[in-house]
Design a protein around this ligand. Structure first.
Ligand SMILES: NC(=O)c1ccc[n+]([C@@H]2O[C@H](COP(=O)([O-])OP(=O)(O)OC[C@H]3O[C@@H](n4cnc5c(N)ncnc54)[C@H](OP(=O)(O)O)[C@@H]3O)[C@@H](O)[C@H]2O)c1
Length: 487
């Protein structure tokens, strides 16, 4: 990576994201010597704090495990805290403070600006940065999710931001795309001939994408109760996974070729019917042996809230590669287990074999935990009863590459520093995803209740049963011992 003199500005620096993800990721970039000495990290917040008070609030011991004191010193030496309220303070004060820091560090005009802010503050902050001018350097502005709450608001936001920034200066974050195993979907598909030929309707029966959380709404009720599982998880992470799994090979290795194909997937999604969508909301239940409260009893949630905490969706893609192949998407809070994985289930044809036909072949992409990729295939048992058994080949990411895989946010920051847009959804993708989500809400029925600690409402099970399939977990692949023992 080319090292450049850069000013890093983080807005919303007193928040959770900065503390938990951004500062630890910057620590690792310093550790890997990827930031020059002329790279101040200016943390902007509304609170009146001294620099030391701000640093104390970062709670570094908690969020950077076993930090190397020398690296930490190099990180902290470049952290500045600036109190500034985008809504009420005058831009001139901001400009003067920035000029002062720029002079002290003798840094170039390049600026990476990270908006760890609510969406409502995006536009004002973009205008403020625009008022600084570009000088001789580049300007890259990173916007956190959620990017809008429906098609109308996403379009407005895009328009307003585009009025002050070029598309090439805009980086819309979906941190799922920073995850190693998500990026590996493309390598698995396009870097391996044994898989790329089979990646289509003549070989694949269906695909299951699950992001299952055990956490409830925690302290995010204010945001979550207005958003729900579909806006919080499906519009961004699950549709991105779908785009990566289903896209055609990009025509070249430029970021825009990849993003062209990602958006084409969304443009070919078949319209949803009401029986393609099941929404759910958790009631009280038991999780890991402990009683947990119902969603409606959580702090900050209305007693009669109809916000969904679960969604299961059957998606079809109308193109030659995928015609007739269902992709089942599922996400929920307060589910039985925490995991994110993709199961690509192959067709099972009757062949003239010695013994039975075995189970369908399957590729399992484990995004978290135990990141890795597994392949289930059939072999004959060594006994004389001619049985076929499904066995597993398993690639464990950290066993092979070691434990220091970059966190998603480190990859994201690194990509912005390199000016690489591959992992950032483009405007047309964002708008196409919201268009689909708006239609989904039009057809969806009221959320069905499910007990906390289970795999979602019974109706979500029926969604697959009606197609003669079922959601696969390690437990219900009863005929495949190798798969059963696998997690
Ligand atoms: N936390 C995560 O893991 C995570 C993951 C994915 C996406 N995100 C997204 O990242 C953004 C920040 O999340 P967070 O968890 O850090 O939230 P948070 O803990 O609530 O912090 C929000 C930050 O924004 C500031 N802020 C709020 N309203 C503002 C306004 N009108 N003008 C200027 N500053 C304002 C707050 O300042 P005060 O301290 O002065 O209130 C605080 O610094 C959100 O868009 C969220 O959806 C977060």
């Amino acid at each position: 990576m080319k090292k450049e003199s850069i000013m890093i500005l983080i807005f919303g620096a007193t928040g959770d994201l900065t503390r938990r993800k951004l500062i630890p990721s910057l620590y690792h970039l310093v550790r890997k010597d990827l930031l020059t000495n002329c790279t101040p990290i200016i943390c902007v917040g509304r609170k009146d704090l001294s620099r030391q008070e701000f640093i104390d609030r970062l709670n570094i011991e908690k969020f950077i495990e076993a930090a190397d004191p020398e690296v930490l010193e190099r990180l902290l030496a470049r952290i500045e805290y600036m109190r500034f309220n985008v809504t009420s303070d005058t831009p001139e004060d901001f400009t003067a403070s920035i000029a002062n820091i720029q002079e002290r560090y003798s840094c170039a005009d390049n600026k990476l600006i990270y908006l760890a802010l609510p969406t409502s503050a995006f536009q004002r902050t973009a205008e403020l940065i625009s008022s600084l001018g570009k000088g001789q350097g580049w300007r890259r502005m990173v916007f956190e999710k959620p990017f809008g709450e429906d098609l109308k608001s996403a379009k407005e936001l895009n328009e307003n931001i585009r009025a002050v920034l070029n598309e090439s200066e805009i980086y819309r974050v979906d941190h799922y795309l920073g995850k190693q195993l998500v990026q590996n979907i493309l390598t698995l598909r396009f870097g391996n001939e044994i898989f790329s030929g089979a990646w289509q309707k003549r070989a694949i029966d269906h695909v299951q994408i699950t992001v299952s959380e055990t956490l409830g709404v925690e302290k995010r009720a204010g945001y979550y109760d207005k958003s729900g599982a579909v806006r919080d998880m499906v519009q961004n992470h699950l549709l991105q996974l779908l785009s990566f799994l289903a896209m055609e090979p990009p025509k070249d290795d430029t970021p825009d070729a990849l993003r062209d194909e990602a958006v084409r997937v969304l443009q070919r999604l078949q319209p949803l019917n009401s029986d393609d969508v099941v929404l759910g909301q958790y009631g009280e239940g038991t999780l890991n042996g402990e009683k947990v409260a119902a969603y409606q009893s959580e702090d900050g949630v209305a007693d009669d809230s109809v916000t969904e905490t679960f969604a299961a969706i059957r998606v079809y893609i109308e193109n030659d590669r995928w015609q007739g192949v269902p992709f089942y998407l599922r996400t929920g809070k307060r589910m039985a287990k925490r995991y994110a994985e993709i199961r690509i289930v192959f067709q099972q044809r009757r062949r003239y074999l010695i013994g039975s036909n075995g189970d369908p072949n399957m590729i399992i992409i484990r995004i978290q935990p135990d990141t890795g990729i597994a392949l289930a295939f059939n072999v004959q048992t060594p006994h004389d009863d001619y049985k076929t058994e499904s066995v597993m080949m398993d690639f464990c990411h950290h066993c092979h590459f070691g434990p220091n895989t970059p966190e998603a946010y480190e990859s994201i920051l690194r990509n912005v520093l390199e000016g690489d847009h591959s992992l950032f959804p483009r405007r047309d993708w964002i708008e196409a995803s919201w268009e689909y989500i708006d239609r989904l809400y039009e057809v969806a029925q009221k959320p069905k209740m499910y007990a906390a600690g289970c795999d979602g409402p019974a109706e979500a099970m029926k969604l697959l049963k009606s197609d003669g399939r079922e959601w696969l977990t390690d437990e219900n692949i009863a005929t495949a011992p190798a798969i059963k023992d696998f997690r």
